[in-house]
Write a protein that binds this ligand. Structure first.
Ligand code: MG
Length: 220
């Protein structure tokens, strides 16, 4: 049974619908190698859901650069990343995502995506899910990024629903915080050490049906 109050599910993109984290890693790694900076896969975990600018700051490990240099470094990384996302196909949807989106639509729920990425529209297009998405908020939509609630509230407004009618699915601690700050219920994907503040914690969306993510009380 889906609680009557739920009208929309807002998915994060990277780490929830697809694993672009690996492609971000390869692009940052190439830049780091070129710049003589140490950067490991473990470091990359810290960049989950983190904006491009903040990711660069982490990569620079205290090395100061001018804003002009920072822009040049970010655009070089983005060029590498964009070369990689050209190869994305519907096969890159994470397990369980395609059937879950279909079932949500069958249950008459709105589907939205809220991502910090400025490349989100291209990624969604290549994953073949653009026509299933009722609203998209991306890295260009608002000034303040997560953990601020702004992006989620922007998406809810686009959908014409109120925050308490939304359930958010995110894999990053900042995304869980943003959902709670927006007054939305939230499903965290990943270890409790990272997403333990969510209303429901799941390993991933494999084998998950609408009732698994919507059957939670509206207040903690
Ligand atoms: Mg994410």
């Amino acid at each position: 049974m889906i609680p009557w109050a739920t009208r929309a599910v807002i998915f994060d993109l990277d780490g929830v619908l697809t694993d672009t984290a690996e492609l971000h890693f390869q692009a940052w790694k190439r830049l780091a190698d070129e710049e003589g900076l140490a950067f490991t896969r473990e470091d990359n975990e810290r960049l989950r859901g983190v904006s491009r600018h903040q990711s660069l700051e982490f990569l620079l490990q205290g090395r100061t650069v001018s804003e002009v240099e920072a822009e040049a470094l970010m655009s070089r990384k983005n060029k590498y990343y964009q070369q990689m996302i050209r190869r994305l196909t519907p096969a890159d949807l994470l397990p369980g995502v395609a059937p879950l989106l279909t079932e949500l639509r069958q249950a008459n729920l709105k589907i939205a995506i809220a991502s910090a990425s400025r490349n989100a529209d291209e990624v969604i297009e290549r994953l073949g899910i653009a026509d299933q998405v009722d609203a998209l908020g991306d890295g260009n939509s608002v000034e303040r990024q997560r953990p601020a609630p702004d992006l989620l509230l922007h998406v809810a407004r686009q959908l014409g629903v109120s925050p308490e009618q939304c359930v958010v699915v995110d894999d990053a601690a900042a995304g869980i915080e943003a959902a709670l700050a927006a007054g939305m219920r939230v499903v965290g994907l990943g270890p409790a050490s990272r997403v333990g503040n969510a209303d429901i914690v799941l390993a991933n969306l494999d084998g998950i049906h609408p009732e698994d993510i919507l059957a939670m009380k509206s207040e903690k």
